[in-house]
Design a protein around this ligand. Structure first.
Ligand code: GTP
Ligand code: MG
Length: 149
């Protein structure tokens, strides 16, 4: 089963969107396996976004992600990585479709409220980066037969 790392960025927390965003993944039918509010240290932000190190906006991105608490989440389900990216919408919220999180709730790339892993490999990598082993929870969801035939 696939796993993805979803993070509500500091603007999402400050704007009171935590419940709204978690709800969208819950209602879709994915399974939450990790959840915490966390003040991200600079080193972790830099490691998480290391592929963007050479971009001109990198310092601003690190300031943004470390500017307040984030909500770290691990979600599980068949196809969850690509599906979560669809639920989140395009990087630039002005290009994101209505109905997506960014399309409904944000107006600027530098304040796009949520992160989602872009591949199953990065899902695993990022969950390992943001969570310690004992913080994740494997559990059986009773609704599963009503979600998957
Ligand atoms: P994430 O789910 O956060 O990884 O977003 P993404 O996969 O849609 O975009 P990408 O990985 O390319 O960029 C990571 C994050 O860097 C974006 O979500 C933005 O917060 C930020 N970012 C990307 N491009 C720009 C930019 O041109 N300007 C600014 N200020 N921030 C940017
Ligand atoms: Mg990305």
């Amino acid at each position: 089963v696939d796993q993805t790392y979803i993070m509500i960025k500091p603007d999402g927390v400050q704007r009171g969107l935590v419940g709204e965003i978690i709800s969208r993944f819950e209602r879709k039918g994915f399974k939450l396996t990790g959840l915490k509010l966390f003040q991200c240290p600079k080193e972790l932000a830099e490691e998480h976004y290391k592929d963007l190190q050479s971009k001109p906006f990198f310092p601003k991105l690190i300031d943004y992600i470390t500017s307040g608490p984030v909500v770290c989440m691990a979600w599980e389900g068949v196809g969850v990585v690509a599906s979560a990216r669809k639920l989140i919408g395009a990087t630039n919220p002005l290009n994101a479709e209505p109905g997506t999180i960014r399309g409904d709730l944000a107006v600027q790339t530098g304040r796009n409220v949520v992160h989602g892993s872009d591949s199953p490999d990065n899902g695993k990598r990022e969950i390992g980066l943001w969570f310690k082993e004992g913080e994740l929870c494997a559990w059986a969801a009773v609704q599963e037969p009503w979600l998957v035939e």
